[in-house]
Ligand binder design. Structure first.
Ligand code: 6GU
Length: 231
């Protein structure tokens, strides 16, 4: 059997990951040996008696900055836990915006080492010293990289072979084809006076495919015209 992808997550709040990683597809993927997800608490790598991980910014200004020492020590410890060096990912709103293309790219890695920032940011030497790719999940500010890391993990793990059945294969996903998805219906045929479009009951596969394509285009035009740029 193929070796599981290993995902290391370095965080000050490992508890935040407990339910998301232990439900549904992420749980099944771990149980089935497709992925191994290991959480490491950065605070375990503090050397001062207060277990302090942040400090005031040089030059003044609001907020606190994550100190480099504990993050470097944690990273160096974690890196040695497995032979594969892995791709290093810093979760920060300063990063490159995450998308389906990036998820597909990361799903080809044998190991990911994800570092969650907290507070106002990382000491710049964490970025410079650890290298790695900076990833953001969108243009808004979260208090830390933890939720962003979960978003990336979920988007990547569902693409790994054997996680989704053939039924819900990822190749049909929105964005993979560059369009939003067409409307879907299931039983009942009429619900609170709202009918399933007749074409879907026609049994005419060609007409159905055409209708779905039109609907996908219409929806994309309305909600995400940016996706149609250059098409
Ligand atoms: Cl990766 N971190 C934080 N703190 N905020 C974000 C983000 C990451 N991506 C979008 N907003």
């Amino acid at each position: 059997m193929k070796k599981p992808m290993r995902i290391d997550i370095l965080t000050l709040f490992p508890q935040m990951f407990e339910s998301p990683l232990n439900c549904s597809i992420l749980k099944r993927a771990q149980d089935n040996g497709v992925v191994e997800i290991v959480l490491t608490d950065i605070r375990e790598f503090t050397t001062n008696s207060y277990r302090k991980v942040d400090d005031k910014p040089y030059g003044g200004g609001p907020g606190m900055v994550m100190m480099p020492g504990p993050v470097f020590d944690c990273f160096e410890h974690v890196r040695k836990l497995s032979k594969s060096k892995g791709r290093v990912i810093l979760l920060t709103p300063q990063g490159e915006k995450f998308n389906q293309k990036k998820a597909i790219e990361l799903s080809g890695a044998t190991r990911l080492i994800m570092i969650c920032g907290r507070y106002e940011g990382f000491d710049e030497r964490i970025r410079v010293g650890l290298g790695g790719e900076q990833v953001s999940i969108g243009d808004y500010v979260l208090s830390g990289g933890e939720l962003a890391a979960m978003v990336v993990v979920e988007a990547v793990v569902r693409l790994l072979p054997g996680v989704l059945g053939d039924e819900d294969s990822a190749s049909e996903d929105s964005f993979t084809k560059g369009l939003l998805e067409y409307p879907q219906y299931t039983r009942p045929e009429v619900f609170r006076d709202m009918k399933v479009p007749g074409v879907l009951l026609s049994g005419d596969h060609e007409r159905i495919a055409k209708w779905r394509q039109q609907q996908a285009i219409e929806r994309t035009k309305k909600n995400r015209p940016d996706l149609l740029q250059g098409k």
